[in-house]
Design a protein around this ligand. Structure first.
Ligand SMILES: NC(=O)c1ccc[n+]([C@@H]2O[C@H](COP(=O)([O-])OP(=O)(O)OC[C@H]3O[C@@H](n4cnc5c(N)ncnc54)[C@H](O)[C@@H]3O)[C@@H](O)[C@H]2O)c1
Length: 385
């Protein structure tokens, strides 16, 4: 099953092409969206992708007459930095990229965010084509035009890695989500992407996506090709709709900000480091795992605010468990420290906390300045002392 989801953004509208083998027609679609086949391109390659899959894309693009310059990135949050950004800008210059020559991101969310930021700023902007290779980047990071890098800074006497603190909005001209790429993902990385899918189901506006995810969980975990293509297609459809309604996250009624459900908690956990999944020896946390934990915190905060019923919390926790996602953490610092980190998050306005809180099945809303007791309840639910 393959599908094309249109992100309706007027003159910046673009297609997300989803399905098994979608990358095999990349070159023709590239020529279509750019008006003609580009002469040159910078291909930013995620080093985690198995060599044969990269080789296929390289041969396909070169076979279409494109002169490729390849730049490789070993993606970690530390590498998602201004230094790597500068190295990639230099690669673009050395490739002699001109205004209509694209940067093509072939990789997970880190590579996509880096390559997108390079494309946003190199010679004041060149096209970016996103070819996401992880589940998370297919359903979330590659769609919507947010690009950027992390910034290391000392806040309150402690060195912090400020996630996505430097960046730009730069919509891709095309997204190609080839679900065949998911086969080589580490199981833990695959599952982390499911965290964002559950988040999408929690803000989908109806019960359909949550119910579909519950009934398809076994097929998804078994990597059934049709289930994967549907999962990505459905999740991208939701993301595209939200982005089209509020491209720059300025809507008063929530809009794109709703996509941050669970993220204020997740970013605080990621920023402080040294945290693991509850009951696990796996080191660190994947972003999607932090989001999964953040969803549980947001639900607990919502219960404390009497905005959401405990039955939804139990339903979502059961789904996260079934998908092998964490619902709590160990090694968390005291709640007061975490609350400080939440206020330092770039999403705060004037030092005021803004939380996305579930209000029902498929529904959530923004709560400005939530009472501290609700935030503490959220943090306690995930294991903060
Ligand atoms: N721009 C946005 O709107 C947006 C949204 C959500 C997340 N993000 C960002 O995305 C990043 C997380 O992205 P991610 O979850 O894709 O993680 P990631 O980019 O760190 O990739 C995870 C791992 O998978 C490996 N990998 C990638 N493709 C592979 C493949 N096909 N086979 C085997 N291994 C493969 C990578 O090498 C890496 O080790 C974070 O930095 C987050 O801030 C951005």
């Amino acid at each position: 099953m393959s599908s094309v989801v249109r992100v309706e953004l007027g003159e910046r509208a673009y297609d997300v092409r989803v399905g098994a083998g979608a990358l095999s027609s990349l070159a023709s679609h590239l020529a279509q969206v750019l008006g003609s086949a580009p002469q040159r391109a910078l291909l930013v390659i995620d080093e985690g992708i198995p060599a044969p899959a990269v080789e296929r894309v390289v041969l396909h693009l070169e076979g279409a007459g494109i002169t490729l310059t390849q730049a490789r990135v070993n993606p970690t949050e530390r590498v998602k930095s201004l230094e790597t950004y500068e190295r990639l800008l230099a690669s673009a210059a050395e490739a002699r990229l001109e205004r209509n020559d694209p940067v093509i991101a072939l990789g997970g969310g880190i590579v996509g965010d880096l390559a997108g930021f390079v494309a946003a700023t190199y010679r004041r902007g060149v096209p970016v084509i996103q070819c996401p290779s992880t589940l998370l980047s297919m359903v979330d990071a590659s769609v919507g035009g947010k690009t950027g890098v992390n910034l290391s800074a000392s806040l309150g006497g402690r060195q912090r890695l400020l996630k996505n603190f430097v960046g730009a909005f730069h919509q891709p001209r095309l997204v190609v989500a080839d679900t065949d790429m998911l086969a080589s993902l580490e199981p833990r990385v695959f599952r982390a992407g499911l965290g964002e899918c559950v988040k999408h189901a929690m803000i989908a506006g109806s019960e359909d996506l949550l119910a579909w995810t519950e009934s398809s969980a076994d097929a998804i975990l078994a990597h059934d090709p049709d289930a994967l293509a549907q999962l990505v297609g459905k999740s991208v459809t939701l993301k595209a709709r939200v982005v089209a309604g509020d491209e720059r996250e300025t809507a008063a009624d929530g809009g794109r900000a709703l996509l941050n459900l669970g993220h204020t908690f997740a970013h605080a956990i990621e920023t402080l480091g040294g945290v693991r999944k509850r009951g696990s020896d796996d080191p660190g946390l994947q972003h999607g795992e932090a989001v999964s934990i953040g969803l549980v915190a947001a639900l607990a905060a919502g219960e404390k605010l009497a905005m959401v019923d405990g039955s939804l919390t139990r339903r979502v926790v059961a789904l996260l468990d079934r998908l092998g996602l964490p619902t709590g953490a160990q090694g968390l610092p005291p709640a007061a420290e975490l609350m400080g980190a939440m206020i330092d998050d770039k999403k705060t306005v004037g030092g005021r906390l803004r939380l996305i809180v579930p209000t029902g099945v498929g529904q959530a809303r923004v709560v400005q300045d939530p009472e501290p007791g609700a935030v503490r309840a959220g943090l306690a639910a995930i294991g903060a002392p």
